[in-house]
Design a protein around this ligand. Sequence first.
Ligand SMILES: Cc1ncc(COP(=O)(O)O)c(C=O)c1O
Length: 466
Amino acid sequence: MPKHSHSLPKYAMREIIEPFRIKAVEPIQFTTPEQRLDILKKAKWNVFLIDAEDVIIDLLTDSGTSAMSAQQWAAIMVGDESYAGSRSFRKFESKIREIWGLKHVIPVHQGRAAEKILMSIVGGKGKIIPNNNHFDTTRANVEFTGAEALDLVIDEGKDPDSMHPFKGNLDPEKLRAVIAKHRDSIPIGMITVTNNTGGGQPVSMANIREISAILRENGIPFFIDSCRFAENAWFIKQREPGYESKTPKEIAQEMFSYADGATMSLKKDGFGNIGGFLAMNDDALAEHARNLVILTEGFPTYGGLAGRDLEALAVGLEETLDEKYLEYRTATVRYLANRITAKGVKIVQPPGGHAVYINAKEFYPHIPATEFPAQAFVCELYLQGGIRGVEIGSVMFGRHIDGVEHPADRELVRLALPRRVYTQAHVNYVCEVIEAMYETRDTVKGLKITKQPPFLRHFTCEMAPL
Ligand SMILES: Cc1ncc(COP(=O)(O)O)c(C=O)c1O
């Protein structure tokens, strides 16, 4: 009998596919361009004021918008809703201890609650808290206590064209200089992974190690804002020599081994629709934090979350470290970035882990900052394709506390990708809309603000096209 010769495939597949099948679907409501013009007029040209069901593809944020897995939904059914000492909290705590290696785990309803509690303890007038870049809510919680939120990202992190592999790194020399001058005013040092404010850019292991060493030499506790820790671990695996064969979990464990504490919004790399935690090694700090948690969040074994949330989050934290998932996640962002840059669209390079940031100043060079080019892009994106992005430019940052208009440093549009929600075809559609917008970009006009609140105006201000 002839021997069966089984030929194994010789061709290595290049296509990176979604590493999941879809079991439950949520229908998209389609709109026509005429309907969208009407909707945008009613929303006063502010996409925050549009109902989500009038959006075809929603790229407003990657926070709390993830799709949960079948395993997460199953875990929800075994949630223990006991007020104190819930079994679900023990699962949550043990998963976080396994990855973060920190002694005290305090659940909270979302990231900013962890920041609020931490800053109420360590902040205060005259204090300085260094970070690569403070995220808005972190900055707000630092400043609310009267402390200064100091951004010390490396210079390459501020250059949109720099291809530095770790543009989220905190500059060690800048940190040494601040410590030399203000040692006694620095209660903690922080690093945000990935650096959301800087474009979702990763921080290298070498940098985390060095910053930790500098802070510890000076007796300053080191906290990591770990919202996108799994995406950061993946970039370390891809880009930092010595980490190629380590698993994302091993990399994350090493990242946190250099930290004394962490804040976390589980609405990002926790695959949760809500949730967060504050963790640390220091017993006295933990006791103080738990007392504050009881005041605003609830008993420290649920911290504002249902037992079912704690269950789903413990599962999500394992799934987020899956290599196939992280490969697909970062490939999606890269694909969107590469396709639109091939057309000529300028973005913050290299694309980060959760979003693409489009440079609207270069897209619409004929629209001055005073006429909000990034907001014009956001409105056009909605009109052309029903896609919602967010302006990060002079609408968001252009009016200072004195009420005077100062154009922002950059006019960016952030397209943030919810986790496991959209398919390749959805991303292709986004690319096609932006490519079409590029063809007609000369015809687009800017906007003016017609009504605005005294602060954080981007959420509610009203605008009109010029
Ligand atoms: C880096 C970073 N830190 C903190 C937060 C705050 O988290 P939350 O929205 O859960 O309060 C966010 C949210 O976007 C973030 O991106």
